[in-house]
Design a protein. Structure first.
Length: 132
């Protein structure tokens, strides 16, 4: 299930919050929560920053059996950026960090140890929209 809330904090401030969740048999559970705050700098230029937390229970059921199933995962995405909007073109440029933390894989999954290493990523995201 998924839900979101967009709210104008003032004439130039907006906040977008999201809450998501999923379940899958037999025991997989995942959820995320996010918040993004945006401020209008000019009529055509906005700046913002946000955070998103994700967590799941993983698919690994028995740590002693050889398996490539993923252990539980926690991630954090923190970003900031700018958005420029014109009549026909819109550009958005965001940059930030994406951190992943996996639970231990167990002795049965040593072959996949590096697949589920904790990682810290720097991210840059550019989106272009063109109206015809």
């Amino acid at each position: 299930c998924s839900s979101s809330l967009n709210y104008a904090l003032g004439e130039k401030w907006t906040i977008r919050a999201t809450l998501d969740g999923a379940t899958e048999k037999p025991d997989f559970v995942a959820g995320s929560i996010g918040c993004f705050v945006e401020r209008e700098l000019r009529e055509d230029l906005l700046a913002g920053a946000g955070l998103r937390w994700y967590e799941d229970s993983g698919e690994l059921e028995d740590k002693t059996i050889i398996s490539s199933a993923a252990p539980s995962l926690k991630t954090l995405r923190a970003e900031g950026g700018v958005k420029w909007i014109d009549k026909r073109v819109a550009l958005r440029l965001n940059a930030g960090l994406y951190l992943t933390r996996y639970d231990e894989t167990g002795t049965g999954s040593e072959e996949f140890f590096h697949l589920y290493d904790d990682r810290n990523w720097a991210i840059v995201d550019l989106a272009i929209a063109w109206r015809f």
